[in-house]
Write a protein that binds this ligand. Sequence first.
Ligand code: TC6
Length: 688
Amino acid sequence: MTAINDVVDLSRDGEIAVITVNSPPVNALSAPVRDGIATGVTSAVSDPDVKAIVLICAGRTFIAGADITEFGKPPRGTSLHQMIDVIESATKPVIAAIHGTALGGGLETALGAHYRVAVPSAKLGLPEVKLGLLPGAGGTQRLPRVVGAEAALKMVTSGNPIGAKAALDSGLVDELVDEADLRGGAIAFAQKVVAENRPLKKIRDRSVTADPALFAEFRAANARKFRGFDAPEANIKCIEAAVTLPFEGGMKRERELFMGLMTGTQSAAQRHIFFAERQAARIKDLPEGTTPRPIKSVGVIGAGTMGGGISMNFLSAGIPVTIVETNPEALERGVGIMRKNYEASAAKGALKPEAVEANMGRLSPTLDLEALKDCDLIIEAVFEDMAIKKEIFAKLDRIAKPGAILASNTSYLDVDEIASATSRPQDVVGLHFFSPANVMKLLEVVRGAKTAPDVLATAMGLAKTIGKVAVVAGVCFGFIGNRMLRARQDQAQALILEGAMPWDVDRVLYDFGFPMGPFQMADLAGLDIGWNAATSKGETVRDRLCEAGKRGQKTGSGFYDYDEKRNRTPSKVAEEIILAKSAELGITRRQISDEEILERCIYPMINEGAKILEEGIAQRPSDIDVAWIYGYGFPVYRGGPMFYGDTVGLKAVLDGLQKYEKVHGSAFAPATLLARLAGEGKSFRDLN
Ligand code: TC6
């Protein structure tokens, strides 16, 4: 074996040369990897004893893509295009041997090869769209030539990988080889290619056709999903080019569109989130070597919407759950809803039919809190009432086994106060799931003053097990997400009293990229959440709507009126209530611009985020971005509120806050941190 460089080796097995990439963790295409592969292929081609070349990777995966950390830096070494050219124009067959995930530039490399073999567990995909990009190394031109335009469209615009079996069926992979012996299987395949004198199949030489209607139909069918994003459309245009232009012309088009995306803000934002999400899993002051506690069984208290959704996460991950309710009807209802949710997923094909029973079989419903005595983790998901929560935690303190983790799903209450009801505050943590808890990806892990490091480590690890993105928050009212949400809600309410209508505010935030605006959201959630008929004094617009029986979608009206299909139209009654309320408060309503609506909803959030950082509630600005993207639908192509603040420029945000502070007072008083960063010409990203 010869080492070409630190990350690529060249060895021989008879007439077959084997180029092995070994660049942990994911064999990304860094400059040394590209150089090494190009050198390896060139050297194997010039070796008269070599008849074919296998390209394989060591470690957990085939090449998982371009090296994202190189993006935006000056180019170094052999470019990805050059390297793929060297592979494709090799005069001896090159066989890519795939395990793990062949993603992005990794799959593009494999598409440059003449043949591809894979183990059955391998996955192949072009996820660039998720980074706001397109497969810019020929992927958009070669993939459709192999799998057809329609399948290619789906792959490049979803970014989702396909399994090896599907890849075999579509021709993307030529043969599946033994899971346990990829190298042996690939060499055997290469020997077969040599023995049978198979041709050097270059994908670039193939052509692809498509029904011209395909593209318009695909755009129309996915318009909602792609709304606001630049990358899906650029990807579609590339596949169109593959169908309408010769290979070189298509490559040129791909390059132009790629550069447009690469230099844009959206891709920068989406790449920021890729790293931010991984960064969020790291707790800065966790002592090295902290070992998580094993979690083999979970208890959930409360079988309502939250408790049921929370339980489903664990059941789906194969962890048994004991769910406790106080009355049999509520228990039965909760369990029934969980089953219905699983059945709906199975009907949609998102879940194997047999998984419904398997998941439900792991659930033990009970009315007896004592049944939680052996659970490793117990999550309380009852009303947001401190007295009730403390009562439950005091009971848990008596019931739970030593070392069990006691968690509260509170969305804003003081976790330290809850922990004080126990004799073991080190075992208490907040696990704030977002509704619907079986779907939403965010988990706020709320760290109490006394929460033990291994409890935090367990929570972070568990989040990954159940497919959530965890963000650590300190204790304060509303933690990271809801505290910032309140800053936005306060402004949304103020705006409708000053002159905007709920549908104006909703439209501006929808156009910004949120899935829905605050008033639509309120109608969906139910206006009477946290509202009390007995104590309501008609002080707010919401109070009056509720008093009038207009409690949101479930009652057919709220800020909007809804028909049977839940289509909405602005509510006349809501408008009258708003106008009356403005008049009562002596406010002369005025025309409010879309720009003001946006700034007044978003800048206070950024400002609150800065306070959250100052107080150490969040570890880093990018954690806040992750929370808002995965918990509240902040558009990922804007990178989250803090990244967006950087994009606008902190000086501009500060100026905006000061302008509104003069008119509207202290709600806009700039955070010290924000003012300092703006004064120093810095960004939040300097703190990450
Ligand atoms: C592309 O190819 C464009 C081509 C056109 C060019 C012209 N680069 O996710 P994990 C790091 S775009 C650099 O925790 P997993 C990651 O940051 C690229 N680093 O592991 C982390 O580092 P840390 C298209 C990368 O087993 C570590 O590896 N490719 C890259 O849960 C482990 O990652 C993609 O978009 C990279 N490309 O999942 C694939 N990828 O430990 C992106 C990962 O220091 N990657 N790292 O935090 C993935 O989807 C997943 O990482 C995975 C492995 C499925 C490969």
